[in-house]
Design a protein around this ligand. Structure first.
Ligand SMILES: CC(C)=CCC/C(C)=C/CC/C(C)=C/CC/C(C)=C/[C@@H]1[C@@H](COP(=O)(O)OP(=O)(O)O)[C@]1(C)CC/C=C(\C)CC/C=C(\C)CCC=C(C)C
Length: 389
């Protein structure tokens, strides 16, 4: 069975490849050592067919491209594009204000976290949030049943237009300004739309490689969109690839957690996101999921799935300290809160069919100062540097 490769950037342009795959029915993490970045395509989980590119390899190419874009921006300061009709600062402020309102309404804790960022960064993150939310609403919102691939094509055209400086409405205008100000690339946005297309036509995932690609599309992309805005700490010695990999890992971890939390809810919509081959290996099938009985087989299967999601959280944690100081708190808060959903699934004795795992108010409140404390930590790469000298 193919394992999932997660490439973790290392200093000096090398990458270490970690494989999160199943062996003998157990999840194993295997470090494959460091390799020059140019040799990445050689390290593949598709050992049986070396010519085939895995999802991880395809996604890693996007990661490298995003990291390169940020490095370029460091060398040549990009000029802020003044969009036609948007040179009016009042209008622009109004546009960002509306994005803030949406964020405050739909993601309260996250919104509070963004208040710690610099005003420029905060409003840029809001603009990205609103675009992601609107994109997700197309397939998950009240009008989702009417959404066709054509509608998604139109949404993509609209995206291209806003990247060209021709926004359709106020929310788009805020994002158009953000992408002209920060080295944000269109690719992760397009990829998120691709994820929505996938959701329209696919309701089963044969293996983790397929699921990984889906998770990248709908959530890993959010990490890649956010890093250029949140910024990397000036004192960080980590490579940009390392930081992007951590951001990608956080998106994947969040989405895997989402999937594990919503097994019952998704099943009622006829959807099973869990890898079919891993279900079969555990002696389970779609029917067991539709039946919704917590058996020992289900518990051991879930234990392995949770373990894998935690591994992605672990990879993500390595990168948070490398972010700009003011951006770390909301990231730590969202990471710790989402990770606790996994604890809650365990506390529910793995009944994710009829019990919704959630983090209670008290735990949420306790998490915020913990996240704040972690956000004060200096970049790990700098700390390592200090220990060496
Ligand atoms: C600081 C911070 C967390 C910034 C991200 C803000 C942002 C732009 C969020 C967009 C979220 C969104 C609406 C995505 C649409 C697709 C979707 C629904 C994805 C799922 C999120 C959960 O959403 P939902 O509202 O359905 O959740 P509940 O059911 O209400 O629980 C996802 C699971 C994905 C979310 C993914 C992220 C937030 C990525 C986080 C990664 C980073 C911010 C990079 C951090 C950098 C490093 C170096 C670690």
């Amino acid at each position: 069975m193919p394992g999932a490769l997660l490439y973790v950037g290392c200093p000096k342009g090398n990458v270490a490849a970690s494989v999160f795959g199943f062996e003998d029915g157990k999840l194993r993490k295997r470090r494959r050592g460091r390799l020059p970045a140019c040799r990445i395509s050689v390290v593949s989980s598709a050992v049986a067919n070396p010519a085939a590119r895995t999802s991880e390899e395809r996604v890693y190419e996007v990661v490298l491209k995003q990291a390169a874009l940020v490095r370029e921006q460091k060398k040549t300061k990009k000029k802020t594009v003044d969009m036609e009709g948007m040179s009016n600062w009042d209008l622009l402020n109004e546009a960002y204000g509306r994005c803030g309102d949406v964020c405050a309404e739909y993601a309260k804790t996250f919104y509070l976290g963004t208040l710690l960022m610099t005003p420029e960064r905060r409003r840029a993150v809001w603009a990205i949030y609103v675009w992601c939310r609107r994109t997700d609403e197309l397939v998950d919102g009240p009008n989702a049943s009417h959404i066709t691939p054509k509608a998604l094509d139109r949404w993509e055209q609209r995206l291209s237009d806003l990247f060209e400086g021709s926004p359709y409405d106020m929310y788009d205008a805020a994002l158009a300004h953000t992408v002209s100000k920060y080295p944000v690339d269109i690719q992760p946005f397009k990829d998120m739309i691709e994820g929505m297309r996938l959701d329209l036509r696919k309701s089963r995932y044969q293996n983790f490689d397929e699921l990984y690609l889906y998770c990248y599309y709908v959530a890993g992309t959010v990490g890649l969109m956010s890093v250029p805005v949140m910024g990397i700490a000036p004192e960080s010695k980590a490579t940009t690839e390392t930081v992007y990999n951590a951001a990608l890992a956080l998106g994947i971890a969040n989405q895997l957690t989402n999937i594990l939390r919503d097994v019952g809810e998704d099943a009622r919509r006829g959807r099973v996101y869990l890898p079919q081959d891993e279900l079969a290996l555990a002696g389970l099938s779609d029917e067991d999921i539709f039946r919704g009985q917590v058996t020992d087989k289900w518990r051991s299967f879930m234990k392995e799935q949770i373990k894998r999601a935690r591994m992605f959280f672990d990879e993500a944690e390595k990168g948070v300290a490398e972010l700009n100081a003011a951006s770390r708190w909301p990231v730590w808060a969202s990471l710790l809160l989402y990770k606790q959903i996994l604890d809650s699934i365990e506390a529910n004795d793995y009944n994710n069919f009829t019990k919704r795992a959630y983090v209670g108010k008290a735990k949420k409140l306790l998490t915020l100062p913990i996240a704040y404390g972690r956000a004060l930590m200096v970049p790990t790469s700098k700390a390592a540097d200090q220990m060496r000298s």
